[in-house]
Design a protein around this ligand. Structure first.
Ligand SMILES: *Cc1c(COP(=O)(O)O)cnc(C)c1O
Length: 222
């Protein structure tokens, strides 16, 4: 099936209040333009060099989301254009985003990545660490970032109960933290769900799904 047909099949399964991020990592501009022509405007990438090159060569009304692990020393390359950073996993990274946002006269929207999977290879804060972050003076002084939500990835497994359970725990934390409201912390976005589990994620309260291979086909990594 074509990218356009994939999108036409997926979109009706996603409710209006859920944003579809088309994850275009490793895919050429041609593939992105095909999705663009089918009306898609929000794209997600996980490599700084790739997102930067694509931003320069593709239509300016695309919203670029940085979805992968981000190294502090590379924030400067994306700070002028990135729409949302999904993978904030340390105060150090958040401070760097704040610094570069300030240099660009921007406030950059960010999601805190929360560790919900069983595998310990995934990045992210646990519940206690998030609460510590929010209470730290360091965080309260950041003027050029805004935490607008949480992001998480479930364990890579066929066990749907396991996946549901992990998404539920993230939704729970989201609902708890939503009651806090400060100038740089106002939660509205819960980014959870990928090609294999976005239906479960939506059922468990996701407001943003990151779908790659179901739209663009399998990726070939070199
Ligand atoms: C690659 C990636 C996705 C999309 O994965 P698919 O299984 O292809 O939908 C979603 N989120 C993150 C963080 C990713 O790195």
């Amino acid at each position: 099936m074509s990218i356009k047909e994939n999108l036409q099949q997926i979109k009706p399964t996603i409710p209006e209040h859920v944003t579809l991020v088309a994850v275009s990592k490793t895919k050429p501009n041609k593939a992105i333009l095909e999705a663009y022509q089918a009306g898609q405007r929000v794209f997600g990438e996980n490599k700084v060099q790739e997102i930067t090159q694509k931003n320069e060569s593709l239509p300016k009304d695309i919203e670029w989301h940085m979805i992968g692990h981000l190294q502090s020393n590379k924030v400067k390359y994306i700070a002028s254009f990135v729409h949302l950073i999904h993978g904030i996993d340390s105060l150090k990274l958040l401070k760097e985003v704040n610094k570069r946002a300030k240099q660009n006269n921007r406030i950059i929207n960010c999601l805190l990545q929360i560790h919900i999977a069983e595998e310990d290879t995934k990045f992210g804060f646990d519940e206690k660490e998030v609460k510590e972050l929010l209470e730290s003076e360091n965080f309260k002084n950041l003027q050029n970032v805004k935490i607008v939500g949480l992001m998480g990835m479930a364990t890579y497994t066929d066990d749907e109960n396991q996946i549901s359970k992990e998404f539920k725990s993230l939704k729970n934390l989201f609902d708890q933290l939503k009651t806090l409201n400060t100038f740089n912390f106002q939660l509205s976005t819960l980014s959870m769900g990928m090609s294999g589990d976005y239906q479960i994620a939506i059922k468990e309260g996701s407001t943003m799904v990151r779908v790659g291979s179901a739209i663009f086909g399998e990726r070939n990594y070199l």
